[in-house]
Design a protein around this ligand. Sequence first.
Ligand code: SF4
Length: 189
Amino acid sequence: MDSRYAELASGYNGFGCGGCDDLCCNGVFVHFTLIEHFYLAEGFRKLPPGKREDLLRRARQYNEAYSRVSSPEAKFRMPCPLNEDPLCLFYQYRPVLCRVYGLPGRLRAAGGRIQEFKGCWRFEKDRGSGKREYLDRTPYYSRLANLEKELREKLVYFQRYRKTVAQMLLDEKRPEALIMRTYDFFEGY
Ligand code: SF4
C-alpha cells in the first residue's frame, strides 16, 4: 500500500504533506481492526518508558477533550497524540487510514459497488478538476480483512472494535480493554 501510494504520489508531481498548513492529523480518525491496534502497540512498547508516559499523558488529554464533544468526527480538532511537529512518531506503525489519506481512492465492496473517496483538501485544491488516478484500496483492505479474520478466530474475539489512536494507547494501561462493551458513549474511558 505504501509503495503504491508513493508511486501514485510521484505521478502527481511528488504530492506530499510537506508545508501543508492544515494538518490532517488534527482531524478525528476512527479505526476498526484489532490488528491495527496490536501493530500500533508493538511500536508503543519499543519506546523508552519516559516517552511512553509522555504519550499516555497526551492520549489522556486528547481523550478527555474528545469525550466532551458530541459528534467529534465532525466537530473535534486536536493533534493526534502521536503527532510531533508535524511528523507521525509511529510512521511505520500508523493505521491504514493514515496511510491512504491524501490521494483520491476507490474501494470495491463485496457486492461489487464502487465507493470513491476524494483526496484531502490540499490535493483537491491543487488538482482542481484535472484528470486523476485513484489509489485502489480494494486489495489492501481485503488483505487486512483476511488478517483480521484470522486473528479474531485465534483470539475468539468477534466484538465490534472502534477506537481512536488515543484510545488504543490508553488501552496499554487497561488489561481488560478489549473486553466487549455494549455502548459507544465515551467508549468506556
Ligand atoms: S497515527 Fe500518525 S499519521 Fe495517523 S493521525 Fe496520528 S500522527 Fe497522524
